[in-house]
Design a protein around this ligand. Structure first.
Ligand SMILES: *[C@@H]1O[C@H](CO)[C@@H](O)[C@H](O)[C@H]1NC(C)=O
Ligand SMILES: *[C@@H]1O[C@H](CO)[C@@H](O)[C@H](O)[C@H]1NC(C)=O
Ligand SMILES: *[C@@H]1O[C@H](CO)[C@@H](O)[C@H](O)[C@H]1NC(C)=O
Ligand SMILES: *[C@@H]1O[C@H](CO)[C@@H](O)[C@H](O)[C@H]1NC(C)=O
Ligand SMILES: *[C@@H]1O[C@H](CO)[C@@H](O)[C@H](O)[C@H]1NC(C)=O
Ligand SMILES: *[C@@H]1O[C@H](CO)[C@@H](O)[C@H](O)[C@H]1NC(C)=O
Ligand SMILES: *[C@@H]1O[C@H](CO)[C@@H](O)[C@H](O)[C@H]1NC(C)=O
Ligand SMILES: *[C@@H]1O[C@H](CO)[C@@H](O)[C@H](O)[C@H]1NC(C)=O
Ligand SMILES: *[C@@H]1O[C@H](CO)[C@@H](O)[C@H](O)[C@H]1NC(C)=O
Length: 649
């Protein structure tokens, strides 16, 4: 059918240029074979926006060659000549566009300088290509150039460029190739499901309920997981929905919002393939906004259990409602864990850059706010950074801190052991063959170049109510700013600054090793915002032989392991790694989606979700009656245990 209509067109060609088909312009490679050529086309106008219109020619059997094309013009006189449904004849120049300021974006093939537009007929039917199970995006990888052990997350990255390689499209296997093979076409996305909040331009990511997807979590989002071949799955089956061409406004979405079918054209802009809808879809249903509190609490009947919270509280200054919002989360969703690892606590003057570094007002305000709503009065500990040296919001001096319940945990500070300062490294002493921190709390290797302009790890050693030692390291690794997009030109995508983040983990591993060398059975928890997925295995390769991520120990389904939502992925940036002793004793963990299940992005308290875990510093099998002896043990006051414990040093 398609072949016959092409022959009809060929028969009327008056010049070679007039014989051009859109599929010839698209070709079957990433880039056009007709760059710079002036062409004469007959095609159907499918859609029109402020910066041009979209045309459709006859398809060819080879589905790699798109029969759609965008025509760039901002001329209102030209735009007024065409409407969707017009069959037109026009002349234009084949071009490739990439903003000069964004060298890491892909080139967009388009037709520029349209002239000689003749409308041959009007009111033709425009039939979008339905993207359903017969023609849907692949579900695992972005690009054949994402080579390496960790697929699209492999290091080294930025090893090749899609537009330089200009490879043959493989739309059945690679997401970028799939969307490239549809560039300029009008498509329908049936039964779309949003997988993120809208960005500041009201654009949002979707997948279709009619497509096979991988990594789908209980909320309807797509989690970053390992694919069936052990390679990190990039979720290329997701696409971002841009601003509607008719000027209507997209609805507010969240993970799991179901929408009416979206008809739109495929383009590439701002570093991603997009569907630009003809008109805004409407919401069919939203997921339930209610978030259940954690089920992990430490009760009086299981005194060997310690509950551990972890929460990046996103630039928490002592002013405004932010502190009370965080306090409510800790009280009502985390149910006041025995110890809470907090990241992004700002100094007493918040982002004001005035030389103040102490956060004692910020932290005591938080403690009071929690006490007001829970009856739990935490103690807290942190170490002030050197002013302006730890990165983050200028003037904020963000740092990690611990909140802890003094009836459950005490800092181990025998004579001679004090809290460290910003540039003092804590180390492991062995006064009686057992590991003891020289500074408690103390920072881990804070002058190592790995920690330049970044938050130094906060290590501490505790004694529990059962008289056992627990080491903790609270992390906030360097963030991913400056990385390139999943649909970008550089492959594998640039992950910044991955070398620094890897070195940071190495210094932590060296520290953990120094404890385990003295006591292989030490209780150690390393947790916090790592700004990295464990699927980027290279970053964690120094740590994973020593400690195990608690999600693994607790067998959390891989799709439910997320604390952050970015672009198309639900992903885990916040991790908790535990030592062999803790892994051997039944550890549990829950990620509480208090923020990423919120109704709107502005209703969130932080961009990260908090986590609660329950660990056991000695073995206690709740099914056995061995508990009796333990409960008599714990009736001794904690301070007495501290004396007993310290007497060993
Ligand atoms: C383009 O081709 C059509 C059909 O062959 C022809 O009628 C028209 O004159 C050509 N336009 C130009 C500007 O050459
Ligand atoms: C892309 O590769 C194809 C096949 O080799 C070639 O025809 C085309 O001209 C190339 N495009 C560019 C812009 O280099
Ligand atoms: C195409 O447009 C140009 C300028 O707009 C005009 O000079 C030329 O005559 C047109 N050609 C045809 C075949 O209409
Ligand atoms: C036919 O197309 C013209 C111009 O595009 C438009 O104004 C008109 O409303 C259309 N008529 C119908 C019946 O769709
Ligand atoms: C990727 O590598 C190219 C050199 O091939 C370099 O010019 C570019 O700056 C790198 N991109 C990033 C974001 O580091
Ligand atoms: C904060 O620390 C300063 C200096 O040590 C002290 O004067 C002040 O009372 C402390 N404030 C709070 C709320 O703890
Ligand atoms: C705690 O409650 C007291 C008494 O109602 C109130 O004065 C104080 O402002 C509250 N503190 C915080 C930090 O919310
Ligand atoms: C605090 O404790 C009192 C007395 O036990 C109790 O009545 C009250 O409900 C508690 N409040 C909260 C927020 O737990
Ligand atoms: C901590 O570091 C400071 C400055 O580097 C140094 O003067 C001080 O002696 C160190 N204190 C300890 C306990 O190591």
């Amino acid at each position: 059918m398609a072949w016959f209509s092409q022959s009809l067109l060929l028969a009327t060609c008056v010049s070679l240029a007039a014989c051009t088909r859109i599929t010839d312009i698209s070709g079957v490679h990433q880039r056009t074979p007709m760059l710079g050529q002036t062409v004469n086309l007959t095609a159907l106008v499918t859609a029109k926006g402020k910066s041009g219109f979209y045309i459709l020619g006859d398809p060819v059997e080879d589905q790699r060659a798109s029969n759609g094309l965008s025509v760039f013009t901002t001329s209102t006189s030209i735009l007024s000549q065409v409407n969707a449904g017009d069959m037109v004849n026009l002349v234009g120049k084949v071009a490739e566009f990439r903003p000069a300021a964004d060298p890491d974006y892909l080139l967009l093939t388009e037709l520029t300088s349209p002239t000689n537009i003749t409308v041959l007929s009007r009111n033709n039917t425009v039939t979008p290509l339905v993207l359903d199970k017969y023609r849907s995006p692949p579900t695992e990888q972005f690009s054949p150039l994402d080579v390496g052990h960790d697929g699209w997350l492999s290091v080294p990255n930025n090893q090749s460029r899609i537009d330089t390689v200009n490879g043959t499209l493989q739309p059945d296997n690679f997401g970028i190739d799939f969307w490239a093979s549809l560039l300029g076409q009008i498509v329908s996305v049936p039964k779309p499901v949003a997988i993120n909040f809208p960005n500041s331009f009201s654009e949002f990511w979707v997948h279709s309920d009619e497509w096979p997807v991988t990594g789908k979590n209980s909320r309807g989002g797509l989690s970053l997981t390992f694919g069936p071949h052990g390679i990190p799955d990039a979720n290329p089956e997701a696409i971002i929905i841009g601003s509607p061409l008719d000027g209507t406004k997209n609805p507010k979405t969240q993970i799991g919002t179901k929408l009416t079918d979206i008809v739109g054209v495929i383009t590439y802009q701002f570093g991603f393939y997009y569907v630009l809808p003809l008109t805004a879809p409407t919401v069919i249903s939203n997921p339930n906004f209610a978030v259940a509190p954690t089920t992990l609490t430490s009760t009086d009947t299981d005194r060997c259990a310690i509950t551990v919270g972890d929460y990046n509280v996103e630039n928490m200054a002592p002013t405004g409602t932010h502190v009370q919002d965080v306090a409510n989360h800790i009280a009502h969703f985390l149910l006041t864990p025995d110890i809470v690892f907090i990241q992004e606590v700002q100094d007493n003057s918040g982002p004001t850059d005035n030389g103040i570094v102490s956060a004692n007002v910020t932290l005591s305000t938080l403690v009071q706010a929690i006490a007001n709503v829970s009856n739990v009065t935490y103690s807290w500990v942190d170490i002030d950074p050197v002013d302006g040296e730890d990165g983050g919001q200028p003037g904020g001096n963000i740092r990690q801190a611990y909140l802890y319940r003094p009836e459950k945990l005490h800092l181990v500070q025998p004579p001679g052991v004090t809290a460290g300062h910003a540039l003092n490294a804590t180390s492991v002493l062995t006064p009686s063959g057992k590991p003891l921190l020289s500074l408690n709390p103390g920072r881990v290797d804070p002058t190592n170049a790995a920690w330049q302009d970044s938050r130094k790890p906060l290590a501490a050693q505790w004694i529990t109510a059962t008289g056992h030692s627990l080491f903790t390291v609270n992390l906030h690794l360097v963030s991913k700013g400056g990385s390139t997009t999943g649909h970008g030109d550089a492959r594998p995508p640039v992950n910044l600054p991955v070398a620094q983040r890897t070195s940071q983990v190495e210094t932590v591993s060296t520290f953990v090793k120094s404890i385990l060398e003295v006591d292989p059975w030490a209780n150690i928890v390393v947790a916090g915002d790592c700004n990295e997925y464990t699927q980027t295995r290279s970053v964690f390769q120094s740590l994973t032989p020593l400690l195990t991520e608690i999600d693994e120990v607790a067998n959390v389904p891989p799709v439910e392991r997320y604390t952050y939502v970015f672009d198309n992925n639900c992903e885990q940036l916040d991790h908790m790694f535990i030592s062999p002793a803790l892994s051997s004793r039944y550890a549990e963990v829950e990620h509480i989606h208090a923020n990423n299940w919120a109704a709107t992005i502005s209703a969130r308290v932080s961009d990260h979700d908090p986590t609660v875990a329950r660990i056991r510093t000695i073995f206690h099998d709740p099914h056995l009656k061995s508990f009796q002896s333990l409960s008599s043990l714990v009736s001794v006051r904690l301070s007495d245990f501290l004396q007993l414990f310290l007497a060993n040093f």
